[in-house]
Ligand binder design. Structure first.
Ligand code: F6P
Length: 255
């Protein structure tokens, strides 16, 4: 549209797409660090990107976070006419209830009149308890659904912000600091080179599963996330679609 051309957003999308080696990028106006309504715009843009891609029955794996929560708010029953199932991408990785993948999946299902499943895995359990969890038929069933997802929606966060927001143990926190992590996604912490320096051990989707998934949509905005986005994109599958905002885009292009 006219607005996008005047503000130079189309050109920014073009430059950022080749800089980050992305399949597709959408930049919404504004900076979500400064204006809360920008997260709603990220949500709206994600909804329309999903709509364009959804054909036939789809299982959508979703991560947690406030950005994903605003995506959930923007979904409507006309998202798709086919069967859709929302599942959390991974087991518990320490978010508040409203920002947990389980909660977000149930919101997404409610707003689109589709189905969802939950995966409750506590964060701090012994290896033995963890192993017996994996034998539970209900958990096994959800894990199978996650592994067969054909769309993934995920957030990206600043590494230190995420380590602090989660109940990260002192040893792991130190590992994140020592590894000079700047970005986080799916419970993986990345340094500036895009190397994994720490991983939150949990069941569900693993980083290596992403390359087998047809549609991967990453949603992250705000100038404070520029470093995080850059680091994550270094190891992200090339099929990734990035939905971001002007704040992050400008900071990324500045380098
Ligand atoms: O904890 C789930 C998660 O998706 C992280 O992987 C990501 O770093 C974070 O949430 C993003 O949260 P927010 O959208 O609130 O910045």
């Amino acid at each position: 549209c006219m607005m996008r051309e005047i503000s130079g957003i189309n050109e920014m999308e073009h430059r950022l797409k080749s800089l980050l080696n992305l399949h597709e990028i959408v930049i919404v106006p504004g900076n979500s660090d400064e204006s809360p309504w920008v997260k709603e715009e990220l949500g709206r843009a994600t909804a329309s990107s999903m709509k364009r891609r959804l054909k036939g029955n789809t299982t959508i794996a979703v991560t947690g976070g406030s950005t994903m929560a605003s995506v959930a708010e923007m979904l409507t029953p006309d998202l798709t006419s086919s069967e859709t199932l929302f599942v959390p991408a991974r087991g518990g990785i320490g978010e508040d209830v409203k920002n947990q993948a389980n909660t977000i999946c149930s919101k997404m299902a409610e707003h689109t009149k589709s189905r969802h499943r939950v995966l409750y895995v506590p964060d701090q359990v012994s290896k033995e308890v963890y192993k017996s969890f994996l034998k539970e038929p209900m958990i096994k069933e959800v894990l199978t659904m996650i592994k067969s997802a054909n769309m993934v929606l995920h957030g990206i966060g600043d590494a230190i912000t995420m380590a602090e927001r989660r109940k990260t143990s002192e040893a792991d926190y130190q590992k994140i600091i020592d590894g000079q992590a700047v970005g986080e996604s799916f419970g993986y912490y990345f340094n500036e080179e895009g190397e994994v320096v720490h991983k939150v051990p949990t069941i569900g989707l693993q980083l290596e599963d992403l390359s087998h998934i047809e549609h991967v949509i990453a949603v992250a905005g705000g100038s404070s996330k520029a470093k995080a986005i850059r680091s994550y994109m270094k190891s992200a599958p090339s099929s990734t679609v990035l939905i971001t905002d002007e704040g992050a885009a400008k900071a990324l292009l500045k380098g």
